[in-house]
Design a protein around this ligand. Structure first.
Ligand code: MN
Length: 228
């Protein structure tokens, strides 16, 4: 039996709707600027340029209803997104076979320290300080494909304190789910347990302590997260 010099960190398990079993998370990939209107609001070309990705850490996920306001920032933004959870993976996965890898879908928030991300962009530095901080990825339960199919259209919405802030439709994704999986698999070896955050529609903005964020993706699910 292998021994460790200290106990290894626990596997992060995401809840699955209708099941007591957990989904063991391996990696989190996030795609940038995947809705034209959001690319424009961030000052970029909305045309179909090659996608780009960054990562968060599995233990950045939050499955409860509280998002602790992070340190070293005064501009924390919500990014409401559909999340894809993979049940299998591989390399060089063709677009036509990519959906076979999907275990299920969830709603999630790619919380962002926008001020730190902005500084990183300006200085040509990596984005981790803006994106991959503690509790930066609130996520709802995963709905297996057997329950929700493969949603390709439907409202993506975020309300803050009851007011709509973000509104888009899955059919506005510049890079569709099968294309994202296929593209990623050309660069990385994908595997069961990998999670992909599919990008956010327009309307990103700041939250403060006490705000209640209610997100939903039509055909997938909904959740509510309070900034504490
Ligand atoms: Mn995002």
């Amino acid at each position: 039996m292998t021994s460790y010099v200290f106990p290894p960190a626990a596997v992060v398990g995401a809840p699955i709707a209708g099941s007591d079993a957990l989904f063991p998370v391996r990696r989190i990939y996030c795609i940038g600027r995947n809705y034209a209107a959001h690319a424009i609001e961030m000052g970029h070309d909305p045309n179909r340029e090659p996608p780009f990705f960054f990562q968060k850490n599995p233990n950045n996920l939050v499955f409860g209803d509280a998002f602790p306001y992070p340190p070293k920032t005064s501009d924390v933004h919500h990014e409401m997104e559909m999340v894809v959870a993979l049940g299998s993976g591989g390399v060089n996965i063709p677009v036509e076979r990519a959906l076979d890898c999907v275990f299920g879908y969830a709603v999630g928030l790619d919380m962002t320290r926008r001020d730190l991300q902005g500084q990183a962009k300006e200085m040509g530095r990596p984005w981790e300080v803006g994106k991959a901080f503690e509790h930066s990825a609130p996520m709802g339960p995963i709905y297996p494909v057997s329950q929700v199919g493969h949603p390709a259209s439907g409202l993506v919405e975020l309300k803050v304190n009851g007011k709509v802030r973000q509104s888009g439709d899955l059919n506005q994704l510049i890079w569709k789910v099968p294309e994202m999986i296929s593209y990623l698999s050309d660069y990385f070896e994908l595997a069961a347990g990998d999670v992909i955050m599919t990008g956010t529609p327009a309307g990103v903005g700041a939250v403060v302590r006490g705000d209640v964020m209610e997100g939903r993706v039509e055909g997938v699910g909904a959740f509510s997260v309070r900034v504490v």
